[in-house]
Design a protein around this ligand. Structure first.
Ligand code: HEM
Ligand SMILES: [Cu+2]
Length: 557
């Protein structure tokens, strides 16, 4: 798989011949990611049909919640993390244009994360960990679930170390040069992830693992939720920033143009380093035990962090306009039809951006205290995050694999017509799935319900048509996922062919020597740590001063 002859070496035309080691490392990560995506997609279709109350074989409450746990965990935690790590390896070697050091550490980390994934998945499939992907106590899982997920995080820390060491080695040789933008985005992803995972590591090591092993008799659900959302919100930027790396550093070139502004991209990534974490209470507006002043502070930070996404919308659309005009587009909108709409990378990214616009609009509603009360824990929430992580990230990652796999394998993209329609099927399926899911949420339908009809309750019957439409959307999404898997399989097993190199977009503007100011990653991280201490220190301290009762673990048996 990894050995290509010189004639078809996909990297023959780029500065560095991608050493077969890093290529294999990246492909191994993509393999786990695609496998997780495939299993989770099949479960998703059953869940979506279950919402239409179809009489499916095996349908039942235990199966539904096991499936939702597996789907959420495999999609949001496994597919994303493994894809992102694989992308990091490709970028570290190609954007930095030097053989990536510390590959052995990369492999050890890969196996740790893969073993952790296996332990988690076995616990879920054995019905021993039906705790949903947020694993809030007092829902309690088998220790293998928590230890497995902890190992995934430990493995990802190894990846973070490799990324930072590779960057440090490059900087030693290029002290006066700004970090290439793609690698800058990966470095921001790594820093956001390191800051985020402190929260979940504390939750796992101090609370959930000792409790599930029986060493601690009780658990504090509110403290667990604070630590979970310390991790859970920046987690969404861990999903998003690698997608932005593709949008900024790959899309403009694939569309036939240049990035509108390199320094704007750096500004965006730097703002995410600063502001990703001190915002988690916007998931806990309805929780008791956190003073409203602290919730307010997290709200302000949340509204600030909308700004880099607006800058991104502007910069990427401007870059697409440059591409459309370079392809001969005229007039106000004449550049739009000139874009290469049948290129699966380009269409994936543009359609994922459109769905993300819907998600961002809903996100601003979630972040507003009063409106949050209306949508909290309703089906609005899964409607929202399927347009964000389930589209902005997931669809971009699929598009990126259409671009990356042929280049890494030294092959052609097979089943090209199927690859060309797949993003459109996802887009249509996602609109049909998520718009009705938003609306039923406004009508009062909770999320995570097995029987959407509530035993034919009149209120529940009022949303039946909408849940049926969303089930059709789910079916289309599954068809799209299947197309994606077929294209990947045929490409992996296809014949060797002349493949293009991995090259990143040039920029119309910058980087200049002044862009070096963004490269002070240590200082940015320090400022982010100060903000986290301000946002989380006093409320956690206050919480620990309260009378503690603890909660016994929930057990269905
Ligand atoms: C293949 C297309 C997909 C379909 C049909 C689908 C459908 C669903 C359905 C019906 C639920 C259960 C909602 C509930 O009961 O509240 C769900 C939950 C979820 N989905 Fe998807 N989904 C798809 C793709 C994705 C993707 C690509 C991601 C992320 C990368 C994702 C992440 C999640 C998460 C995090 C949950 C929440 C689990 C929980 O509540 O604990 N889904 N999905
Ligand atoms: Cu959030």
């Amino acid at each position: 798989m990894a050995t290509t002859t010189a004639a078809v070496n996909p990297d023959a035309r780029v500065g560095v011949a991608l050493a077969s080691g890093v290529r294999r490392l990246a492909l191994a990560h993509f393999g786990v990611a695609v496998g997780a995506f495939g299993v989770a997609s099949a479960m998703a279709m059953m869940q979506a049909l279950s919402r239409a109350n179809l009489d499916l074989p095996f349908r039942g409450p235990a199966m539904y919640y096991m499936s939702v746990t597996a789907h959420g965990t495999l999609m949001a935690l496994v597919f994303t993390t493994f894809f992102i790590m694989g992308l990091g390896y490709v970028v570290a070697e190609h954007a930095l244009d030097r053989a990536m050091p510390y590959r052995r550490l990369g492999w050890v980390s890969f196996w740790i994360a893969t073993a952790g994934t296996a332990a988690t998945v076995v616990a879920i499939l054995a019905f021993k960990a039906t705790v949903l992907y947020t694993f809030y106590p007092p829902l309690k899982a088998h220790p293998a679930f928590y230890i497995g997920l902890t190992l995934v995080v430990v493995g990802s820390w190894g990846w973070c170390a490799v990324m930072l060491l590779a960057l440090a080695a490059w900087r030693k040789e290029h002290a006066s040069q700004p970090i290439p933008l793609a690698m800058y985005g990966i470095a921001a992803t790594v820093i956001v992830w390191l800051l985020a995972t402190v929260g979940v590591a504390l939750e796992m090591l101090l609370q959930l693992i000792p409790w599930s092993l029986g060493y601690a008799k009780t658990v504090d659900p509110e403290l667990a939720r604070m630590l979970f959302w310390w991790f859970g919100h920046p987690l969404v930027y861990f999903w998003l920033l690698p997608a932005y790396v593709i949008w900024y550093a790959v899309l403009p070139r694939a569309a036939g143009g240049r990035l509108f502004s390199d320094p704007l991209g750096r500004l965006v990534f730097a703002l995410f380093i600063l502001l990703s974490t001190p915002v988690g209470f916007h998931h806990q507006f309805m929780d008791p035990g956190i003073a409203s002043g602290w919730k307010m502070l997290h709200t302000f930070n949340t509204l600030w962090i909308l700004y880099p996404s607006f800058v991104t919308a502007f910069t990427i659309i401007a870059s697409l306009e440059l591409a459309g005009r370079a392809r001969g587009g005229q007039g106000l909108f004449g550049w739009i039809p000139r874009l290469p709409w049948s290129d699966p990378l380009v269409s994936s990214v543009i359609l994922s951006m459109l769905l993300f616009a819907l998600g961002g609009w809903g996100g601003a509603i979630n972040a507003s205290f009063g409106m949050n009360a209306l949508v909290h824990n309703t089906s609005w929430i899964p409607g929202h995050f399927h347009t964000t992580v389930g589209s902005a990230s997931a669809l971009t990652f699929m598009g990126a694999l259409y671009w990356l796999l042929p280049r890494l394998l030294g092959k052609r993209l097979e089943l090209r017509p199927m690859a060309a329609v797949q993003p459109y099927v996802w887009f249509a399926g996602m609109l049909l799935f998520s718009v009705p899911t938003h609306i039923t949420g406004l009508m009062g339908m909770p999320r995570r319900v097995y029987d959407a009809s509530y035993g034919n309750h009149p209120t529940a019957l009022s949303w039946t048509t909408l849940t049926n439409v969303s089930a059709i959307g789910g079916l289309l999404l599954f068809v799209s996922a299947l197309f994606f898997l077929l294209v990947v399989l045929f490409t992996v097993f296809g014949a060797k062919a002349e493949a293009e190199g991995i090259e990143f977009a040039e920029s119309l503007d910058g980087p200049t020597a002044r862009s070096l100011v963004f490269d002070r990653l240590g200082l940015l991280t320090l400022a982010a740590v100060v903000l986290i201490v301000i946002a989380y220190g006093p409320p956690i301290w206050n919480h620990l001063q309260m009378t503690r009762f603890g909660s016994l673990g929930f057990s269905p048996f």
